[in-house]
Design a protein around this ligand. Structure first.
Ligand SMILES: Cc1ncc(COP(=O)(O)O)c(C=O)c1O
Length: 373
């Protein structure tokens, strides 16, 4: 056992030396510029009221799902929620997963087989990397958003080919060139999978995402939508054909071997979608993004982004941590993104803009950054 203790102690020591040791924090009480609650749904009093009102219709609800979807965890409610989600996103079918992490792991570990190739953007989310690792397919990585690099990898690919991209990248806030990716995919007979975790709620008609906005729903093989970001609740769904849904029910281990999410969770997702559909939440967010762009100094290392994620490069773990601390001391909760979450040299402040950020708060945040960077 000693050797295991030694390994753990050394690994933590190395993180301390790199200034990259992670630790948990409770509520900071600072102004939120770091959560993924872009539209303010997680804290919306109106949404909470809608939830309470809706809950009254189900006095006999069960607290826990009591089993996996394939045993006792399925219900008419979860199936009608899936129908509602696929209809909302203009997909033939959808399948709920307990989180976006589970959805990506479950998808990529069971569809690509030995001899197949999965090509990922170099900035693809860890959940997709982990799913790919569990599959027996070959993984290629193409340079971020670079269609020439993607084409090179496509030429070298064997078997069935899968291309994994995010419509909005979680750490950079920029968007994948989805049309060009679909054109290339069609040329090589590849299937495109788009993770829309950060696009849902933020882009497209009533937040339907970028694939839908660009009219590409029928040109991609599957989409992953998550509920823990702009929708303010929790969970995820894979959108695609009815056949894909049946395949996932049969082969996706993160779907099969886990207790289904509880009714309260699914009710939250339903109410969040109703709320998303009921108002134009996006215009308020765009106003805030425009204000941020007009106030932030142009000579700083801001990664171009139209989204609520604005990444400001401050290379070096120590430097970016110090900068975040300085901003936090002024009352704004901005978090540093360190190596190894991002490649060394691209450490950044990840500034998330939200509908609950007052315009004056955004202007003050920019002032602090402008005068200290
Ligand atoms: C692009 C992307 N995909 C998937 C996930 C995982 O989603 P969830 O938080 O629902 O597990 C995240 C969350 O960090 C993400 O940023």
């Amino acid at each position: 056992m000693r050797v295991v203790h030694d390994f753990i102690a050394e690994s933590l020591k190395r993180r301390e030396i790199d200034n990259s040791l992670r630790s948990l924090r409770t509520e900071s009480g600072l102004i939120d510029f770091c959560s993924n609650d872009y539209l303010g749904f997680a804290r919306s009093a109106e949404l909470k009221e809608l939830f309470k009102h809706e809950l009254e219709k189900y006095p006999g609800y069960q607290l826990g799902a009591s089993g996996s979807r394939l045993i006792t965890g399925n219900s008419q409610f979860s199936e009608s929620l899936e129908a509602r989600i696929s209809q909302y996103h203009h997909a033939e079918a959808s399948l709920l997963f307990n989180s976006g992490y589970d959805a990506n792991v479950g998808f990529f570990s069971c569809i690509p087989q030995r001899g197949d190739t999965i090509i990922c953007d170099e900035y693809i989310h860890a959940s997709i990397i982990d799913g790919v690792r569990l599959s027996h397919a070959t993984r290629f990585v193409f340079r971020h958003n670079d269609l020439t690099s993607l084409e090179e990898k496509l030429r070298a690919s064997r078997g069935r080919i899968f291309i994994a991209v995010e419509s909005v990248y979680s750490m950079d806030g920029d968007e994948a060139p989805l049309k060009g990716i679909c054109d290339l995919a069609e040329k090589f007979g590849a299937a495109v999978i788009v993770d829309e975790a950060h696009a849902v709620g933020m882009f497209g008609d009533r937040g339907r995402g970028i694939t839908d906005q660009l009219g590409l729903n029928d040109r991609v093989f599957a989409r992953v939508v998550t509920f823990g970001k702009a929708l303010g609740v929790h969970g995820a769904a894979v959108l695609g054909s009815a056949e894909l849904r049946t395949y996932l029910i049969n082969f996706s281990r993160s779907f099969i071997y886990t207790t289904a999410a509880p009714f309260l969770n699914h009710l939250g997702v339903k109410v969040a979608y109703d709320f998303l559909n009921a108002h134009d939440h996006q215009s308020e967010l765009y106003k805030r993004i425009d204000l941020f762009h007009s106030h932030i100094r142009k000579d700083l290392g801001l990664i171009p982004s139209r989204s609520g994620i604005q990444a400001l490069l401050v290379p070096g773990n120590s430097r970016v941590k110090d900068m975040a601390l300085l901003i936090q001391t002024s009352g704004f909760d901005v978090r540093p993104i360190l190596t190894p979450t991002v490649p060394a040299g691209s450490e950044r402040l990840r500034i998330c803009l939200h509908n609950h950020n007052a315009m004056a708060e955004i202007a003050s945040l920019c002032e602090i950054i402008n005068s200290n960077l």
